[in-house]
Design a protein around this ligand. Structure first.
Ligand SMILES: Nc1ncnc2c1ncn2[C@@H]1O[C@H](COP(=O)(O)OP(=O)(O)OP(=O)(O)O)[C@@H](O)[C@H]1O
Length: 568
């Protein structure tokens, strides 16, 4: 894990080393000060000139301050760079995960990993590492200087330092565990908050505000409790350090005092020794702090790695899109969403030739939407073969397969942005003429004319809210602009009004003259004119035919048609 942490630092190592060196120079300047102070005291005693020692002291102060400030800026800059790198990597992975994996993850928790956990890396990787190295240098330096003054006093000091080191070492794993729990708790809070925000209207309509506030509040309290645990252990480490220095001070004072009295030690040496002892306080504090930050960084790293270790889809390569319509075959396809989930497709077999309109119908839960998910390879089927254009979908480069398909989800979302951005989402490079044509074909001209700023009106979240029918046609236009060889249209369950429904039928019929259209129909009225209808029931295909054939031959279809007043 530490190795992975350091991988983030690697690209910045030069600046980091420069910053560290500046810090080191600052430390040397600081380290020289007690010695210079001793010279000043000695000069007082011997009556020699104060000018030399005082000038040295002044230079050490100025150089130390300037160099520390420069080093600090470099550190902060590197820190920002490290956070940026970590975020880029994480977001890159997040958007390339497989749908099946994303299904299990909670969006709010993912968000907290990108925003919160990456921030935690900064502290450990810059200040943490560099300050710890600087502190270790100061510590060793001070100890060397102390050794030069009096070996007995050094022994007393080291004894105390070693005991404290052991204590702090025992505390660190606890800090890491508590920190990991604290970050998980923050992620959990993000997840429940996201749930409430996603279903904002439902929360209000259900009068569930109080309850949701309570749920998020409870998650926030858990995060606080874990945070307090971290604070408790960190404080304990701090107290141990502080007590150690005090004890060492008293011990050195007692032992040193008696040695001065017996004439074994000069008073100036005792003063310098005590000064060095206090010089140990910040580096020891920094080392402890660095160790605490390392625990935080390791906990954050663990959460980031959990995402980075998930398998990703291959990076999309540029594809040339052939506009010829393609057919689809499902041959004895077997699929379930997870090993512990029920079988959704239990030998699904049907064939769709290139071009024309094919409808999938059947009761809710029959596995119709799953057909589309498998065609898009959001999930991998466990058995049988799926072919698009005669080629096994497992042999298609993923980007090319998806570029050949146009997909309109059941509840096609409108992305926050302008109407134009929404339409061009899948094909940013189409010409204005193509865009206008798609708008005409999907009967969106009225909408564009009605919007205050036409195509450049903001829609969706924080913009004009579109109706269900409009959203659906925007989604179809978006899919068509990609010039798909096969259009997958999951018709919304919500009832469209008669005008919108007629428009949708016209659009589908028109598109079906140019490309293959596979539509999941919840209203049979949209598909009575389909070239073929595939009737699905509980994970299988029970009949295929035209509307007239099926009304005559298939009981389930007749029933579906009857409930929708179409049989006659
Ligand atoms: N992402 C998923 N993870 C786990 N199970 C799922 C997932 N999506 C669908 N299912 C399950 O698979 C089964 C088939 O769902 P599917 O959406 O394919 O049916 P459908 O025929 O399209 O239904 P509807 O007409 O209601 O949209 C259902 O039992 C559903 O609960």
């Amino acid at each position: 894990m530490v190795k992975e942490l350091l991988a983030y630092v690697k690209p910045h190592r030069k600046v980091l080393v420069a910053g560290g060196l500046l810090g080191l120079v600052g430390s040397v300047a600081g380290l020289a000060m007690p010695l210079l102070a001793k010279y000043v005291v000695d000069a007082f005693g011997s009556g020699s000139s104060l000018a030399g020692p005082l000038a040295g002291l002044a230079v050490a102060v100025v150089v130390g301050a300037a160099v520390s400030a420069g080093g600090n800026y470099l550190m902060e800059r590197t820190g920002e760079g490290i956070v940026l790198g970590a975020r880029r990597r994480l977001v890159d992975r997040l958007l390339r995960l497989r749908v099946a994996d994303v299904d299990r993850l909670k969006p709010g928790d993912l968000l907290s990993r990108v925003t919160g956990d990456t921030t935690l890396l900064r502290a450990v990787l810059t200040n943490g590492i560099v300050e710890s190295i600087g502190a270790a240098f100061m510590l060793v330096g001070a100890i060397v200087m102390m050794a030069g003054m009096d070996a007995v006093l050094l022994l007393v000091t080291l004894l105390v330092v070693i005991v404290v080191g052991g204590l702090v070492g025992l505390i660190m794993p606890r800090i890491r565990r508590a920190q990991a729990e604290a970050q998980d708790a923050v992620g959990e809070m993000g997840a429940v908050l996201d749930r409430a925000l996603q279903a904002y209207r439902t929360v209000k309509a259900s009068g569930a505000e109080e309850r949701e506030i309570g749920v998020v509040g409870a998650a926030a309290e858990r995060a606080r409790d874990r945070g307090l645990q971290v604070a408790w252990w960190t404080s304990l480490a701090g107290v141990a350090t502080w007590a150690a220095v005090q004890i060492a001070f008293l011990a050195v004072l007692a032992v040193g005092g008696s040695r001065v009295a017996s004439g074994a030690l000069e008073i100036s040496s005792l003063i310098a020794f005590l000064l060095y002892l206090f010089y140990l306080v910040p580096p020891i504090g920094q080392l402890v702090q660095g160790a605490v930050q390392l625990q935080q960084g390791l906990a954050a790293m663990k959460r980031i790695k959990e995402i980075e270790d998930l398998p990703a889809e291959p990076v999309a390569e540029p594809v040339s899109t052939d506009a010829e319509p393609v057919g689809v075959t499902f041959d004895d396809v077997v699929f379930r969403y997870g090993d512990d989930r029920p079988t959704v497709h239990d030998g699904v077999t049907f064939e769709v030739p290139p071009g024309g309109l094919t409808a999938l119908v059947g009761p809710s839960g029959a596995g119709k939407s799953t057909v589309f998910a498998l065609l898009e390879r959001f999930y991998e089927h466990q058995g049988g073969t799926i072919r698009v254009g005669g080629r096994d979908i497992r042999d298609w480069p993923l980007a090319e397969l998806r570029a050949s398909l146009g997909y309109v989800e059941q509840d096609a979302p409108v992305l926050a942005g302008t109407l134009r951005e929404n339409l061009l989402f899948a094909a940013p490079d189409v010409t204005e003429e193509e865009l206008r044509r798609a708008i005409r074909r999907t009967r969106l001209d009225d909408l564009v004319a009605r919007l205050p700023e036409g195509l450049d009106t903001a829609v969706g979240h924080r913009g004009v809210l579109l109706s269900g029918g409009e959203r659906q046609r925007v989604a179809i236009a978006r899919a068509l602009l990609r010039r798909p060889r096969l259009l997958l249209l999951d018709e919304a369950t919500s009832q469209l009004d008669a005008v919108n429904e007629l428009r949708l039928r016209e659009v589908i019929a028109e598109v079906a003259t140019e490309t293959t259209v596979l539509v999941i129909a919840h209203r049979l009225s949209t598909v009575t004119n389909a070239d073929r209808i595939v009737v699905m029931e509980s994970g299988g295909v029970r009949a295929v035919g035209t509307h007239d054939q099926l009304v005559g031959a298939d009981e389930l279809y007749r029933e579906l048609a009857a409930t929708q007043f179409l049989a006659g």
